[in-house]
Design a protein around this ligand. Structure first.
Ligand code: FMN
Length: 183
């Protein structure tokens, strides 16, 4: 890949959920995306990323766990009802966790590494023609989601990623110009 192609790939990645809902994402491709994530830089090589995939009924289970957690914290009923079915909008949802480190600094660095890994994953998805959408874990739902995903206690749910085959090109939001300071 030359720099122009890389530049085009980076700009082609868009947060989008406009997908073919009926066309599954092959499990081998999901696993390739996760493997790509593991090539991110990682201080102390703690390998902090964790992955869980929700397909079929698993997407409904994810929605139930999140909706129940939202209901427990008193979120409005319509928001809770929406959460129950929201993961059915794409054929695959990928949950990415970041395990805690042995100090607050290391925990923060783990999360940085996982975020870098998620970008690898999203760019790979884009290269394959998949639309992707990085969503946050709703407030109060982190621990129930981590448990559902079989992540170890204390794992931060860094990303809930909707995946599906893109059916439309989505124009990128412009970025403000970059200013690089001199030191
Ligand atoms: C840590 C993180 C959490 C995000 N959570 C959400 C989210 O909960 N809901 C959402 O609509 N977008 C979420 N996004 C996606 C951003 O809204 C999106 O990247 C931004 O609007 C820029 O658009 P683009 O990704 O298409 O360039 C998240 C992005 C990051 C990095």
């Amino acid at each position: 890949m030359n720099p122009d192609e890389l530049r085009a790939l980076v700009r082609a990645r868009r947060t989008s959920m406009i997908v073919d809902r009926e066309r599954p994402v092959p499990r081998a491709l999901v696993e390739e995306l996760c493997e790509q994530a593991t090539w991110a830089p990682n201080h102390k090589r703690t390998w902090p990323w964790r992955f869980a995939v929700a397909e079929g009924e698993g997407r409904a289970r994810l929605g139930e766990v999140i909706a129940d957690a939202m209901a427990r914290r008193g979120d409005p009923a319509e928001k809770v009802a929406k959460a129950r079915t929201k993961y059915l909008r794409t054929p695959t949802t990928l949950v990415v966790g970041s395990v805690p480190g042995d100090s607050p600094d290391r925990t923060a660095e783990n999360r940085d590494a996982v975020a870098a890994g998620v970008q690898n994953l999203l760019l790979t998805a884009t290269a394959h023609g998949l639309a992707s959408y990085w969503g946050s874990c709703p407030k109060g739902a982190n621990d129930p989601v981590a448990e559902l995903c079989h992540f170890e206690p204390g794992t931060h749910v860094a990303a809930i990623i909707y995946l599906g085959w893109a059916t439309e090109h989505v124009a990128p939001p412009e970025r403000p110009p970059v200013h690089v300071h001199d030191i």
